[in-house]
Design a protein around this ligand. Structure first.
Ligand code: AKG
Ligand code: FE2
Length: 347
C-alpha cells in the first residue's frame, strides 16, 4: 500500500508510538489536564495511536479478562457455534477461525473474491445498560433505528461460570475510562470538556475477544486481521503479552506496536477523525502473529450514541480545508461499516 493510494489521515506520521501518562486525567488542576490534552492532541495528529499508562485499570482485571478470553476460545467448536454471529442481526457473537475476511480500506479495497479468511476467531458484544456505571441494568435501551443496541449472545453460567460478569465488569471500567478520555479529547480540540457528555448517554460501544493462533504453515504467513481503520470514535486495546499489532506509516512501513507492561493501546477511529476534519488520524493497522504462541486481545471500541449526528467541527473547516464529509448519524456509519466487515453476512 503506498501513500498515493491512501489518505494521509490514515497513515502515521512518525516512526514510533508515544506513551502517555494518564495520571492527570482526574486532576482538579485545569493546567495539568490541559497539558495532558496537549500531549494527546500531538499523538492524535501524528500517530493516531498511543499507549496509556497509569490508566487506573488494575493488572488483576486485565489478567482476568484475558483468562476469560482463553476459556471461551478453549471451548469445543460446536459449543462456540451456539453463539454464532450469524444468529444475530446486530453483529454480536462468535466468528469462527477464517470467517472474517479483510475488505481492505476505503482507498485500497480488496475485491470480495480475492479476500482471504483471517487467521483469527472472535467473540463480539455490544453496549447494554448492565455495563454502564451511569445506568441501572433494568434501564431501557433507547429507540434504535439502526438495530445495533443489545441482544448479546452470552454463554450462560453452565457453559462458562462467571464469564458474563467478568466481561460486563471489564466493560464498565472501560466505559468509565472512555468517558474521561472523551473529555480530554474535547479539551484537546478547544471545546468545553463536557462537549460530548450528552452524546455519550448510551454510547455505541462494542468489544470483542480475539484469538490469533500461531501460523499453521511456517513459510506461508497469514494475517490475523487485515489492514483496516476502526469505525467508532476511538479504541482501547488490551493486547496481553504476545506481539502482533502493526500500524501503517507514511513511508509505507509497518510500525510494530508490541505489548508494553502496564499499558493499554488507544487508537483514534473514523468518527472522531471525521469530526476533526481528519486532523486526528484514524490510522490503518493490522495484526500478524509470527510468534509461534497463541495471542489473545480484547479491543473496546467507544463511539457516541448511535442517534448522534457526526458533523465536522466548524473550527476545523476553512477555505483551504472544506468539510471532508456531510453530517451523518453515528449508527448509520457503524452499521454500514460492520456489514462490509463481515463478508457474506450483513447483519
Ligand atoms: O488484536 C489487536 O491487536 C487489534 C485488533 C483490532 O485492530 C480490531 O479488532 O479492530
Ligand atoms: Fe482495529
Amino acid at each position: 500500500m503506498t501513500e498515493s493510494q491512501t489518505e494521509s489521515s490514515q497513515l502515521a506520521d512518525c516512526d514510533h508510538i508515544p506513551i502517555i501518562d494518564l495520571s492527570a486525567l482526574d486532576s482538579r488542576n485545569f493546567d495539568e489536564r490541559r497539558k495532558l490534552a496537549q500531549s494527546i492532541y500531538d499523538a492524535c495528529t501524528q500517530a493516531g495511536f498511543f499507549y496509556i499508562k497509569n490508566h487506573g485499570i488494575s493488572e488483576d482485571k486485565i489478567n482476568g479478562i484475558h483468562s476469560s478470553a482463553k476459556r471461551f476460545f478453549d471451548l469445543p467448536e460446536a459449543q462456540k457455534m451456539k453463539f454464532y454471529i450469524g444468529n444475530s442481526s446486530k453483529f454480536r457473537g462468535y466468528s469462527p477461525l477464517g470467517s472474517e475476511k479483510s475488505t481492505g480500506t476505503e482507498d485500497d479495497p480488496i475485491a470480495e473474491e480475492d479476500a482471504v479468511g483471517a487467521l483469527s476467531e472472535a467473540f463480539d458484544i455490544g453496549y447494554e445498560t448492565a455495563m454502564d456505571p451511569q445506568k441501572s441494568k433494568d434501564d431501557p435501551l433507547p429507540r434504535d433505528p439502526y438495530g445495533l443496541y443489545g441482544d448479546n449472545q452470552w454463554p450462560g453460567p453452565a457453559v462458562l461460570p462467571s464469564f458474563t460478569e467478568t466481561y460486563i465488569e471489564y466493560c464498565a471500567m472501560m466505559l468509565g475510562l472512555c468517558r474521561k478520555l472523551m473529555r480530554i479529547f474535547a479539551l484537546a480540540l478547544d471545546l468545553p470538556e463536557e462537549h460530548f457528555d450528552l452524546m455519550t448517554q448510551n454510547p455505541g460501544v462494542t468489544s470483542r475477544m480475539m484469538h490469533y493462533p500461531p501460523q499453521p504453515v511456517k513459510e506461508e504467513v497469514r494475517e490475523g486481521l487485515g489492514a483496516h481503520t476502526d469505525f467508532e470514535c476511538f479504541t482501547i486495546l488490551s493486547q496481553g503479552s504476545v506481539p502482533g499489532l502493526q500500524v501503517l506509516s507514511h513511508s509505507g512501513e509497518w510500525i510494530l506496536a508490541p505489548p508494553l507492561p502496564g499499558t493499554l493501546v488507544v487508537n483514534i477511529a473514523d468518527c472522531l477523525s471525521i469530526w476533526t476534519n481528519k486532523k486526528f488520524k484514524s490510522t490503518i493497522h493490522r495484526v500478524t502473529n509470527l510468534t509461534g504462541q497463541e495471542r489473545y486481545s480484547v479491543p473496546f471500541f467507544f463511539g457516541v450514541d448511535y442517534d448522534t449526528t457526526v458533523s465536522v467541527l466548524p473550527n476545523h473547516i476553512s477555505n483551504d480545508r472544506p468539510a471532508c464529509k456531510e453530517p451523518f448519524k453515528a449508527g448509520e456509519w457503524v452499521r454500514e461499516k460492520l456489514s462490509k466487515a463481515y463478508v457474506g453476512y450483513e447483519g
